[in-house]
Design a protein around this ligand. Structure first.
Ligand SMILES: Cc1ncc(COP(=O)(O)O)c(C=O)c1O
Length: 366
């Protein structure tokens, strides 16, 4: 069932039951969804071009705004090319038909985002799961299932968004390289967030670009909407030819394409906010670790902790509400009995807002 409806105000707040509360929900990591340059571009495009091309991009629905957005993405991610389409959920489904012939076996993290398991299981190829973030089990599954001389595709989230944990990509890259395989990364929560230049989880892990396929979304760091694939011109050409999801669906709405261009232009001019967010994430987690929370010391701007029972979750929610913070408690399959508090930091939050979050959590746990 959907959670209570929220109205966003002033970039880092929501209106909840007529109260203005600091918001750490969602994953609008740079608050681009309400940036005036982005919203202005969106409104202007709706007026100038209408909402939609109402056709597939391979028939009559291609528009200069789509191509401008892809050129901006390729420049931002320093790849030859990029492709945009309806949503990040579809990204692996769009990509896999173009690369499936290169691999004999897909190895999927057991907790991978459902978009990855859905996409992997659409293919006529064996899919084996390995234990979450466990290279030893990955090696074991490879030995058990891969025929000599055949190549594997290791499929994983670049950041596991529920808890903000990272896969051991350097080890995966070594495993992939040894068997001639590659890694498919769903980098929805890492593009524009992790790595020195915001290129993603692979940049942060220091692995070679050639070892990965990268998919993502415009709906998180870029604050807009739409799925993304980055890569070589040859890869994108193959995807355009082979992906029935791409061929058979209407291109991204034009106001969204224009908003994406504006968001990328702003983030390209202000790339320093990416490093700033990483520093704030590290510092905020450090303060919470000192307060006794078991958090990994990584620059992922997600702070998550499970609650043992609904009563303690209720007390934490009340403490947050009393301090003027929206209690972003997630309750869905796989979360602990009391739910999972998840706070996504953004580069637009102030030091005071972050300090208040630490203070409330610290107090609640002491
Ligand atoms: C890891 C991951 N992959 C894919 C998606 C889906 O992306 P989109 O919302 O653009 O469809 C999400 C969440 O939105 C996500 O967290």
């Amino acid at each position: 069932m959907p959670a209570p409806a929220l109205t966003f105000v002033d970039r880092t707040y929501v209106l909840h039951r007529n109260r203005r509360l600091i918001y750490f929900g969602g994953t609008d990591y740079h608050r681009m969804s309400s940036h005036p340059e982005v919203t202005d571009a969106m409104c202007a495009a709706a007026r100038d071009h209408g909402i939609s091309c109402t056709g597939s991009r391979v028939t009559t629905g291609n528009h200069p705004l789509h191509e401008a957005l892809e050129a901006k993405l390729a420049a931002f991610f320093r790849t030859e090319a990029a492709l945009v389409f309806a949503s990040g959920y579809l990204a692996a489904m769009v990509l896999l038909p173009a690369i499936v012939d290169e691999f004999e076996l897909l190895l999927l993290d057991e907790t991978a985002h459902p978009c990855l398991s859905d996409a992997a299981r659409m293919l006529n190829k064996p899919v084996v799961t390995y234990a979450h973030n466990d290279p030893a089990d990955l090696r074991k599954q490879l030995r058990r299932h891969l025929l000599a001389g055949k190549m594997p595709l290791i499929v994983t989230d670049g950041v596991f968004a529920a808890r903000g944990d990272l896969p051991p990509l350097a080890e995966y890259a070594a495993i992939a390289e040894a068997s001639g395989g590659k890694i498919l990364l769903d980098d929805c929560h890492a593009m524009g967030v992790l790595g020195d230049s915001g290129l993603g989880s692979w940049e942060m892990a220091g692995i070679k670009r050639e070892m990965i396929y990268q998919t993502g979304t415009l709906s998180k760091a870029f604050g807009v909407f739409g799925g993304v694939i980055t890569g070589s011109k040859e890869l994108i050409r193959r995807v355009e030819e082979k992906s029935m999801v791409f061929i058979g669906s209407t291109g991204l709405p034009l106001p969204l394409a224009a908003a994406g261009v504006a968001s990328l232009e702003w983030l390209t001019r202000h790339r320093e906010v990416i490093g700033m967010l990483q520093q704030r994430a590290l510092a905020t987690k450090q303060r919470l670790r000192e307060a006794g929370l078991n958090l990994e010391s990584t620059p992922v701007p997600i702070i998550a902790f499970g609650m043992a029972d609904p009563e303690s979750a209720g007390r934490m929610s009340q403490a947050l509400l009393d301090a003027g913070i929206y209690p972003s408690l997630i309750n869905y399959p796989g979360t602990p009995p009391g739910g999972l508090f998840r706070f996504a930091l953004s580069s637009a939050h102030t030091d005071e807002q972050l300090a208040l979050l630490v203070e409330v959590i610290d107090f609640a746990f002491s």
